[in-house]
Design a protein around this ligand. Structure first.
Ligand SMILES: *[C@@H]1O[C@H](CO)[C@@H](O)[C@H](O)[C@H]1NC(C)=O
Ligand SMILES: *[C@@H]1O[C@H](CO)[C@@H](O)[C@H](O)[C@H]1NC(C)=O
Length: 312
């Protein structure tokens, strides 16, 4: 009797172990099946990249660039594009289409590995595809990143990121329905030149109100709404005008900010502490303006004291 009892107990323990083990295996198999069965998110635009943001960024910056502009991207990363703090306030990503030559494509693959900040699409990289690139950037932002505001800019622009963050953090700045930049005066649709729109592309004589392309800010709710209606409004090749059309469609008026200096006639690279976005700026000019911006930042915190950390 005793012997049997012991053996029964052992058997139960054994059975428990087996069922426990089987349970663990089942759980693992189930989760494995469910992850393999899970459909990858379907993209509505030409977006290819599926990298996720590792944290929430109050400000996400998307820079329209093109495969050959390595130098511009490098300078932006070394200057206004990077928030070096551990808990980052802003993150800069570059929007690119497909490279035309296999060698360029190889460089891009390496660049993407080294910096991890490229968002790529399947469309050919060309001026007429800027809208497709912007669309894919907004879709990426909505699907793979958490943020409060998005700045869309170009790689020939200086952004005073510190000032922009200060401005967005003010309690008066609206956190929703924000479409901010240099609002173009009511313009007639041009039928000739670089920004020409054929009657087929755009029928109306006047353009909607829109923020000029080199730099505009959208609050997150607007980015989501825009992505939702990409299919409703046929893309126009002028990316900034298209954003204006989307805003008009959902009844949002762009707000004008005098610190967004775009298509500036002044080409001599001057600094003004009220400016947030300066277009256009060469890589050299971006470095120069960034140095001055940093210097100003330090001077502000050291008000009254004689700090001149950046003097060379
Ligand atoms: C992109 O631009 C090129 C050249 O302008 C054009 O041939 C192509 O159809 C466009 N669209 C896509 C999706 O690549
Ligand atoms: C927006 O402000 C700029 C100056 O900061 C001005 O040139 C432009 O005309 C303004 N746009 C509108 C629509 O008022």
């Amino acid at each position: 009797m005793k012997f049997v009892k012991v053996s029964k107990g052992k058997r139960i323990v054994f059975l428990l172990l087996i069922t426990g083990f089987a349970g663990i295996v089942t759980i693992n198999i189930c989760s494995w099946i469910s992850t393999t069965k899970q459909q990858p998110t379907i993209h509505r635009t030409y977006l290819k990249t599926r990298t996720r943001c590792p944290q929430k960024f109050p400000l996400l910056i998307l820079v329209l660039s093109s495969p050959l502009n390595f130098q511009q991207r490098r300078v932006i990363r070394q200057t206004w594009g990077t928030d070096y703090a551990m808990d980052k306030t802003w993150k800069t990503m570059f929007l690119l289409g497909q490279a035309k030559h296999p060698m360029e494509a190889k460089y891009l693959i390496e660049e993407a590995i080294i910096y991890g900040d490229l968002i790529q699409g399947l469309q050919t990289d060309s001026y007429s595809n800027l809208t497709l690139k912007t669309e894919m950037g907004l879709e990426w932002a909505v699907k793979y990143c958490d943020f409060d505001f998005l700045l869309k800019t170009d790689d020939d622009v200086f952004v005073n990121t510190y000032k922009l963050v200060d401005y967005l953090r003010r309690p008066q700045t609206s956190k929703r329905q924000l479409y901010l930049g240099n609002v173009a005066q009511r313009q007639k649709a041009r039928r000739r030149g670089k920004w020409a729109l054929s009657l087929q592309e755009y029928q109306s004589n006047f353009l909607p109100k829109f923020c000029l392309g080199p730099g505009y800010v959208l609050s997150k709710d607007l980015v989501s709404r825009f992505v939702e209606i990409f299919d409703v409004k046929k893309p126009l090749k002028l990316e900034d005008v298209y954003m204006g059309m989307l805003a008009e469609r959902i009844g949002v008026t762009p707000s004008n900010h005098s610190g967004f200096i775009t298509y500036s006639e002044e080409k001599h690279c001057t600094y003004n502490s009220k400016w947030i976005v300066v277009h256009e700026a060469s890589p050299y000019c971006i470095m120069k303006l960034f140095d001055i911006a940093l210097e100003e930042r330090f001077r502000q915190v050291g008000k009254g004291t004689q700090v001149n950390l950046l003097q060379r």
